[in-house]
Ligand binder design. Structure first.
Ligand SMILES: Cc1ncc(COP(=O)(O)O)c(C=O)c1O
Length: 363
């Protein structure tokens, strides 16, 4: 709801009515509008330490399409290891692209790289790893430096593709955002060309604006572009050009700074409300970034039953059991939890949500 709609509408109108689009001979580049790829390359260099150019970027319709296309670089029979608990829509995309999906456990520090290594030894068909290192989905934790290095080293040793989903990079409240795996790999000359870094404007602007992007080595971007052309000849050129304008004008950066402040206040309010009103029923760590809390529910309360009761009062909650790849792990104490997003609720709505959550708590 914070989306700078007027600014985007103005840029869209200029883009649609300007001479440049009219002078295009027909279809555009399937990798996306050159002006947006140039703007994104500059933005990603400045904000994420990715030293890339416009030709290294493929613009997609949201990161969902980029995830699907990333799996398209694999061969039939290949598998992708994914964080478990994790992001079910990514699993859906990988499966739709023909890959097998294998769960790699997540602990309090993010992807358990040691157990991933054991998994790789057992299942040589794993050719890629999907990871959300900045703010793990759903637990929100940031993958530490030691595990990052180990993961890069593993990827090198097993010749794996790392699919890095950096969906909410801009929202870091404590300190500076942590640079992506792709930036670290680039700076160390370490298998950078085997990382597909994926981003989106869904959190930055709104999920109704379907623009995401992927960057990686030329052969990977080429393979993804070929598959993209098969399902979608090109993106929405006027929208892509409008977004390029917002980036070039500095509007996107201004919006991100403003939104970050508001979301930080919402995070703090939600944390304070939950701590004051839910007491020992839940425990959580205040997330350093991202737009959600991961609430660990007390072992004597069933999070799924609590969520079902909350739904009767109109409060839709995602509980940990819904985010497990292997339902057999649903008794895992780590899954007895909720992921609660706070970005789309204003202060009064957040307070109301906690009131409903409290009222729905099983006794
Ligand atoms: C882990 C993860 N990746 C990516 C996205 C963004 O998806 P999209 O760009 O397709 O809207 C989200 C949105 O909730 C997400 O949670």
């Amino acid at each position: 709801r914070l989306m700078p709609g007027l600014e985007l509408a103005r840029a869209f109108r200029r883009s649609l009515t300007g001479a440049e689009l009219k002078s295009l001979p027909g279809y555009g580049d399937p990798r996306g509008a050159p002006s947006l790829r140039t703007a994104l390359a500059r933005y990603l260099s400045a904000e994420r330490g990715l030293t890339i150019g416009a030709d290294d970027i493929l613009v997609t319709r949201g990161s969902q399409m980029a995830l699907f296309l990333a799996a398209a670089v694999l061969k039939p029979g290949d598998a992708v290891a994914v964080e478990d608990p994790g992001y079910p829509l990514a699993w859906k995309a990988f499966r739709a692209a023909g890959a097998r999906v294998v769960g790699a456990p997540v602990d309090a520090h993010g992807l358990d790289v040691e157990r991933l290594e054991a998994l790789l030894a057992r299942d040589p068909a794993i050719r890629a790893v999907y990871v959300t290192p900045h703010h793990q989905f759903p637990t929100t934790v940031t993958l530490g430096a030691g595990r990052r290095l180990r993961l890069l080293e593993l990827a090198c040793r097993h010749d794996l593709i790392l699919i890095e989903d950096d969906y909410d990079h801009e929202y870091r409240f404590e300190g500076r955002p942590v640079l992506p795996l792709a930036a670290r790999a680039l700076s160390q000359g370490q298998n950078a060309n085997r990382i597909i870094h994926i981003g989106s404007v869904s959190k930055l602007l709104s999920p109704v604006v379907r623009i995401g992007y992927a960057t990686g080595a030329p052969d990977l971007i080429q393979a993804m572009t070929a598959r993209r052309e098969a399902i979608d000849r090109q993106g929405d050129l006027p929208l892509e050009r409008a977004l390029a304008r917002l980036i070039d004008d500095g509007e996107l950066g201004r919006h991100a700074r403003k939104a970050r402040k508001i979301y930080e206040q919402r995070r703090d309010l939600l944390c304070a409300e939950i701590a004051a009103r839910l007491g020992d029923a839940v425990a959580f760590d205040k997330p350093a970034g991202g737009l959600a809390l991961w609430l660990r529910v007390s072992p004597d309360i069933d999070a799924a039953a609590w969520a079902a009761e909350a739904e009767r009062s109109g409060l839709i909650l995602t509980h940990g059991g819904q985010l497990l790849l292997q339902p057999s792990r649903s008794h895992d104490p780590g899954a007895n939890a909720f992921r609660i997003g706070f970005a789309s609720l204003d202060e009064a709505e957040l307070v109301r949500a906690v009131t409903r959550l409290k009222a729905a708590q099983p006794r």
